[in-house]
Design a protein around this ligand. Structure first.
Ligand code: SF4
Length: 236
């Protein structure tokens, strides 16, 4: 077992997270990911909603073959599944697809149809939060594509922080990036993006809970539109 595969204690992980959050605040995204890869090795993964493959691409440069975890809720647009398949086919990453305990049909039978309209928090818990909790058990650190400018709820996202709920280091290497930074990286490296991003969607989630954004709205305004809900619970 190499040092990078060591099982750290929660106290050690918390200290890593807090120190990295301070020391890497101004570091380039690739440097943050190289730190994560060097520290956690195969116990580090990237999660991706397949809105784009920017963080997966950055992580593959830091650690070729890195695990990229995708949550297949059963409610995705076909473009999202296509993006997942394309990432798996062309990038030097290991795509891992997590699925909920129940299919949509099984959930409909137990809770009634369209749970997303009646109780989206429960639907997100069953189809996103619980499967991710299960899937992340193999890792000590995980990376997300959260960016501070996406919404007020994400404005204080640290580049590295302590995920108290899951007892893991949570890394957001592009937290400081603007949409222009994302667009420039995509253009420079030819990174795969979800085709819906050029069809009026600024943020892509499950089909029943995502609409196109209007002029002047923030990027996540099309998610659970008309409801007070703004996050699925993965980042709370
Ligand atoms: S985003 Fe909507 S459909 Fe997807 S898990 Fe949450 S409530 Fe269910």
């Amino acid at each position: 077992m190499t040092a990078s595969q060591r099982e750290y204690t929660a106290e050690e992980l918390k200290e890593f997270a807090e120190r990295a959050g301070r020391e890497l605040e101004d570091a380039p995204a690739l440097e943050i990911l190289r730190w994560a890869a060097g520290t956690f090795g195969s116990r580090f993964c990237v999660t991706s909603s397949m809105e784009d493959a920017v963080v997966a691409h950055l992580a593959s440069r830091a650690m070729p073959g890195v695990d990229v975890v995708f949550l297949d809720t059963g409610y995705h647009f076909e473009e999202t599944i296509g993006t997942r398949d394309a990432v798996d086919a062309v990038m030097d990453v290991n795509v891992i697809t997590l699925t909920p305990r129940q299919t949509v049909a099984e959930q409909d039978a137990e809770y009634g149809p369209k749970l997303h309209d009646r109780d989206p928090d429960l639907c997100c818990r069953l189809r996103k939060v619980l499967p991710l909790e299960q899937g992340l058990k193999a890792y000590q650190a995980w990376a997300t594509g959260l960016r501070r400018e996406e919404s007020p709820t994400r404005a204080h996202t640290p580049v590295a922080g302590w995920d108290e709920k899951r007892q893991k280091v949570k890394i957001s290497p592009i937290a400081r990036w603007t949409q222009d930074d994302v667009d420039a990286y995509v253009a420079e490296h030819g990174v795969l993006t979800n085709p819906l991003l050029t069809d009026g969607y600024a943020s892509v989630g499950c089909a029943p809970c995502t609409r196109r954004v209007l002029e002047g709205e923030d990027a996540r305004a099309g998610r659970w539109a008309g409801r007070s809900k703004t996050e699925c619970g993965l980042h709370g």
